[in-house]
Design a binder for this molecule. Structure first.
Ligand code: HEC
Length: 216
């Protein structure tokens, strides 16, 4: 029993460990902000730092509040989306529920240098885009390259839905728990083709709006 960390009141029921699987996810997805001098209030780069937060981590991850991204996964596909994969989420949750064991130190990877552990910022090559203020009905066919929320109060949600003339509808983006400091231009993984006559609606607070960046 002496090998168990002092904090382990629950029995360890998982084979996942901090040193093998979990640190690798955290270094990639969390350490950009959760490190000494980072944007987050506490560092999460060592087992001793992470262990007291285990239950909060499980909640933040399950609610998809961390890593912060704003857009709900599955509604629009965007470049640089740092959201955890389902597998990564499952690993973190199983690890916490299984008693959050540390594991053998020899497996611990080195903490990557700051620049490599931030949320991936994929190249928004300077594109000359025409901006369309939403809601709007399109007078011509467009290829939408990006979308950015506007005039949303903190904590608000907003859904932008494109109703095509053929009757089909598609979420362009769904923003939940908006935070002004994390606002960004969301760049679609592939440009979204929207035919002439498409009606783009914005559901949310009364003043909520968005800019659609379209290729000329
Ligand atoms: C872009 C920066 C950023 C990234 C990346 C990030 N966080 Fe955070 N995190 C924050 C900030 C800032 C806070 C402080 C609370 C807030 O502002 O919402 C926070 C707060 C937290 C909290 C405390 C929530 C509470 O109970 O108050 C936990 C737990 C957490 N983060 C876990 C994680 C995990 C796990 C990851 C990676 C999977 C992660 N975070 C990635 C910025 C980030």
């Amino acid at each position: 029993m002496a090998a168990l960390p002092a904090a382990a009141h629950e029995p360890i029921t998982t084979k996942l460990t901090w040193t093998q699987e979990i640190s690798r996810i955290f270094f990639k997805r969390c350490a950009g902000c959760h490190r000494e001098g980072g944007a987050a209030p506490m560092a999460l780069t060592t087992y001793d730092q992470v262990r007291p937060w285990a239950v909060a981590i499980k909640e933040e991850v399950l609610e998809r509040r961390m890593p912060p991204w704003g857009a709900v996964k599955g509604f629009g596909e965007f470049r640089g989306d740092p959201s955890l994969s389902i597998a990564e989420m499952n690993w973190i949750v199983s690890w916490v529920e299984g008693g959050a064991p540390n594991g053998d130190e020899i497996y611990l990877p080195p903490l990557p240098p700051r620049a490599e552990s931030g949320p991936p910022v994929e190249g928004l090559k300077p594109m000359r885009l025409k901006l369309i203020t939403l809601p709007a009905t399109l007078g011509v066919m467009v290829r939408a390259a990006s979308i950015q929320p506007r005039d949303l109060p903190t904590g608000a949600s907003m859904e932008v839905i494109a109703h095509r003339p053929d009757g089909s509808a598609e979420h362009l983006i769904w923003i939940r728990n908006y935070r002004a400091e994390w606002n960004r231009t969301y760049v679609f993984r592939e440009p979204v083709r929207l035919p002439k006559g498409t009606r783009i609606e914005v559901h949310g607070t009364a003043r909520a709006s968005a800019s659609l960046g379209v290729k000329p």
